[in-house]
Ligand binder design. Sequence first.
Ligand code: AOF
Ligand code: ZN
Length: 346
Amino acid sequence: MTAVLPADRALPHEVEAMRRALDLAARGPVRGPNPRVGCVLLDPGSGRVLAEGHHRGAGSLHAEADALRDLGRPAAGLTAVVTLEPCAHTGRTGPCTEALVSAGVTRVVVGAPDPNPVAAGGADVLAAAGVEVVAGVAAADSRELNERWDTAVGRGRPWVTWKWAATLDGRSAAADGSSRWITSPEARADVHRLRAEHDAVLVGTGTALADDPALSVRSHGRVVGPQPLRVVLGRRPVPAGARLRAPGADFLQIASHDPVEALQVLQDREIRSVLLEGGPQVAAAFWRAGLVDEVVAYLAPALLGAGPQAVGDLGIGAMDDIARLRTRSVSRIGDDVRLVARPTLT
Ligand code: AOF
Ligand code: ZN
């Protein structure tokens, strides 16, 4: 069996084709159970791109099969450039390794390895079938494109983003409990964009009952695009008339306060990313369990001086235990500041 070759064995036109394949991959949906993958088929002699494909979401053709369909004829002697290791399993569709081999592809240039244990191993399968395989080309770019998915299938639990909005002094409501609105309309619109990027939005029963949030993705007040699953954690019943149970809304109540259990239920439903929207106790429980991957804080240049804190007790008593995060980005949205940060890995 020929060994899988390292990335530096890729030819310049193949590296260029990988950039194109990454662009194609980016056309796929950010959410959903599957990764974003792109593929181009090249004439190895001229380096010309003969066909292109990408994955459009669970159940549709994988990128490799889409490119073979685009070619519309046998691919004898051609090179395939794919952003993710071709799958070696039969899932919603057949194995791409088999599709490539039977189409006659003789060289495959792979981006990132597949972190999904059920589908991985395609590079070795291809090499064993006598195909020349080069792996790891622009792997970091491919992984970044599927960061949430990658984390989810690699770790066996959904990616978790914790979002909150607060005044400069960290309050999420005034002393009398009123909370509308702390941040600007622009920041609130940005939250809808954030929801649209996640498979599920999660709150505790406390928030569901007190605030009656819709948790939908809206633009100019209208519900638009695919909606996240609306998840409520806790045992207290959520009335049928609650806004997050609007007709047609995908709603799930998990009768538990255990974040690990909740994420397992969501993982079983192929949820890859979850947006935590409150309340402070629920989010703090995720944090204490080490289950937060990213924090998105909207901070309004406003002061309340009293009232509930946006963040609950994290179990930190001493300066030595302070939770430090790494800043990913800081941006101004309307009059507010959006800070994106990640927990530092210990
Ligand atoms: C994709 N698109 O282009 C490639 C994938 O949902 P299934 O059963 O069709 O299989 C999804 C798995 O196949 C996915 O998790 C990944 O490991 C592998 N490759 N998936 O959705 C693609 N190449
Ligand atoms: Zn596949």
